[in-house]
Design a protein around this ligand. Structure first.
Ligand SMILES: Cc1cc2nc3c(=O)[nH]c(=O)nc-3n(C[C@H](O)[C@H](O)[C@H](O)COP(=O)(O)OP(=O)(O)OC[C@H]3O[C@@H](n4cnc5c(N)ncnc54)[C@H](O)[C@@H]3O)c2cc1C
Length: 276
């Protein structure tokens, strides 16, 4: 059931999926699943995996960035460890003219994630970060990062957060997303609008047309296995679409977040369980 959202457990599974997506006109960002590691050795090993992935993507001439979570690189153990690991990944990405995106995790990690990200001395076309429209603080974070020329992936946010830090209603989260999207598109920096929300995507297209912002100026991003028809339609219309492809044996937390996002997914799981 998880394979609807995850490319497979092995790197070869992921590479096969990337080859296919590239041939269909999509670019990719590859995530070797894992988060909240509690031992330095596991963080080092995740870092090594990413270095090898970047080499492999280059060797196979694939059109794919990488996405990484800082708690996978040791952020929950020691900030300096996560910084060192991210620095090594950014260096390797630069070597291959590639790009590393730092995913954003639960709000307990927002501040340290931004701190580590901003402390890495890498060209801005090598690294970017995800920000979540559900957090109250994000409008200010966007302002700050735009001043630094940072490439942002805007998402709604996938973690359970308290109303102290996040908008509680969907309409507020969506409203914040729309406002921030316009700010990003108007900035002239290459950002990623990462959502499957058809209405927001249509509004983004209208805004881009209205202000003469061409398809080469930003990209849409969507998750592997979600709204595939919409993904294809956007490519056919000439928009850039990057698919986030997760793989690896540590798929449980990612899979649970995808289930939680949509009640229909739970029916899908229950239906399949009952069929067995
Ligand atoms: C490329 C990418 C990277 C991401 N990176 C991060 C990150 O770093 N940090 C983070 O907190 N979150 C991240 N997310 C997840 C994001 O925060 C949202 O949880 C997720 O995208 C669902 O929100 P939505 O924008 O699609 O809008 P929604 O309003 O939730 O959904 C809009 C429509 O999309 C479809 N849809 C949405 N989710 C699902 C699903 N799980 N299964 C089936 N259909 C679905 C449905 O048709 C739904 O009606 C990322 C999302 C994308 C696309």
């Amino acid at each position: 059931m998880a394979s609807r959202f995850i490319a497979g457990e092995e790197v070869e599974d992921a590479l096969r999926v990337i080859h296919r997506l590239n041939s269909e006109g999509f670019s990719v960002t590859l995530d070797c699943l894992g988060e909240s590691v509690q031992e330095a050795a596991a963080a080092e090993s995740a870092c090594d995996t990413y270095l090898k992935l970047l080499d492999r993507l280059a060797a196979e001439k694939l059109n794919s960035h990488v996405s990484v979570k800082l708690t996978q690189l040791g952020l929950a153990i020691d900030e300096a460890l996560a910084r060192r690991n991210l620095g090594r990944i950014a260096e390797r990405a630069a070597l291959h003219n590639n790009f590393v995106r730092v995913d954003m995790e639960g709000s307990a990690f927002t501040e340290p994630t931004l701190r580590v990200f901003c402390s890495i001395d890498a060209p801005r076309d090598v690294m970017g970060i995800a920000l979540q429209s559900y957090l109250h603080r994000t409008a200010a974070d966007v302002e700050e990062l735009l001043k630094r020329g940072v490439r942002i992936r805007l998402v709604k946010g996938a973690y359970k957060e308290s109303p102290d830090v996040a908008f509680a209603s969907k309409s507020d989260v969506d409203g914040s997303y729309r406002e921030l999207t316009q700010k990003l598109l108007a900035s002239g920096i290459y950002h990623a609008i990462a959502t499957h929300d058809e209405r927001i995507i249509a509004a983004t297209e209208r805004f881009a047309h209205e202000y003469g912002i061409g398809p080469e100026s930003f990209e849409f991003q969507m998750l592997y296995g979600i709204r595939r028809r919409l993904q294809r339609a956007l490519v056919q219309q000439g928009w850039r679409v990057r698919v986030y492809v997760p793989y690896g044996p540590e798929w449980y937390a990612y899979f649970m977040r995808r289930l939680a996002e949509r009640p229909a997914n739970l029916f899908f799981v229950v239906r399949n369980l009952l069929r067995r």
